[in-house]
Design a protein around this ligand. Structure first.
Ligand SMILES: Cc1cc2nc3c(=O)[nH]c(=O)nc-3n(C[C@H](O)[C@H](O)[C@H](O)COP(=O)(O)OP(=O)(O)OC[C@H]3O[C@@H](n4cnc5c(N)ncnc54)[C@H](O)[C@@H]3O)c2cc1C
Length: 199
C-alpha cells in the first residue's frame, strides 16, 4: 500500500488529495499543514477583513472533506526535513513519518525587502494567511495610521474599515517581479516615520 505525504494544505494540496483518490482508494494519505485551518480560499482574506465573508464560507471544501477522502491531517505542524534515504519526513516536533510518495505543495511565502527602521515597528503583519487577517482585524481601530508596502490592489479595504490615514508605497520594480508574495501592511508606530523619511 502506498503512503502519500502531502506537505502543505492549500488549494494545490486539496487537488492533489482528490487526484490521488481518483486512482487510489486505499493508499494512506497524510497532510502536514503549518496553518491551523482546513483548506480555505486565500484570495478571500481581504473580503473577510471587509466583513463580506466569514471563515466558514471561505472554506474551499466541505467540513467532511478530509474524512471523505480518508486522509489524516496534522495541523500546526511544519515539515523541516525530507530524508530521502530513509524515506521519512521530519516535523518540527521531531515526529518522523514514513512515505512512499511525496507531494510538496507549500505555496509561497512573503518576501520582505530590507528596510531601514522596520525592526523598530512593533505592529507589522504579512497579508498571506487567515491568521494574518485575524491579527490585522484585532490591531486596527479607527485611530490607526497604516502604511501598506507592496501590492495596492486591495489596499482600499483598510480605508473602508474607517482607518483614517492609509499610506501606500509600491515597490515598483519588485511589484512586477515577485507579486503576489511582496505585499505586507505595516502599522505606523511613533518610530515608523523612519520608514517614510526618504519617500
Ligand atoms: C491576499 C491574497 C489574494 C490573492 N488573490 C488571488 C486571486 O485573486 N487570484 C489568484 O489566482 N490567486 C490569488 N492569490 C494567490 C493564491 O492564493 C495562491 O496562488 C494559491 O493560494 C496557491 O495555492 P497553493 O496551494 O499552491 O499554496 P498556498 O495556498 O500558499 O498553501 C501552501 C500551504 O503550505 C503550508 N506550508 C508551507 N511550508 C510548509 C511546511 N514546511 N510544512 C507544512 N506546511 C507548509 C503553508 O503554510 C500554506 O498553508 C492571492 C493570494 C493572497 C495572499
Amino acid at each position: 500500500m502506498k503512503q502519500y505525504i502531502i506537505i502543505g494544505n492549500g488549494v494545490a494540496a486539496a487537488g492533489c488529495i482528490e487526484g490521488i483518490r481518483s486512482i487510489d482508494k486505499d493508499g494512506k494519505i497524510t497532510v502536514i499543514s503549518e496553518e491551523n485551518h482546513p483548506v480555505y480560499c486565500r484570495p478571500l482574506i481581504s473580503y473577510y477583513l471587509e466583513n463580506k465573508t466569514d471563515p466558514e464560507r471561505m472554506n474551499y471544501r466541505s467540513a467532511d472533506f478530509y474524512d471523505k477522502m480518508n486522509c489524516d491531517v496534522f495541523y500546526g505542524k511544519k515539515v523541516i526535513r525530507i530524508d530521502a534515504y530513509s524515506k521519512k519526513i521530519v516535523l518540527d516536533d521531531d515526529t518522523k513519518l514514513p512515505y512512499t510518495e511525496i507531494c510538496v505543495a507549500t505555496g509561497s511565502s512573503p518576501f520582505v525587502p530590507p528596510i531601514e527602521g522596520l525592526d523598530t515597528v512593533e505592529k507589522k503583519f504579512g497579508f498571506m494567511t487567515l491568521d494574518d487577517t485575524f491579527a490585522l482585524e484585532k490591531a486596527i481601530d479607527k485611530d490607526s495610521n497604516v502604511l501598506i508596502v507592496g501590492e495596492i490592489g486591495r489596499a482600499h479595504v483598510l480605508s473602508d474599515l474607517s482607518v483614517p490615514k492609509v499610506f501606500t508605497i509600491v515597490w515598483k520594480v519588485l511589484r512586477f517581479v515577485i507579486l503576489p508574495t511582496v505585499y505586507f501592511p505595516v502599522f505606523l508606530t511613533p518610530t515608523a516615520p523612519l520608514l517614510c523619511k526618504d519617500i
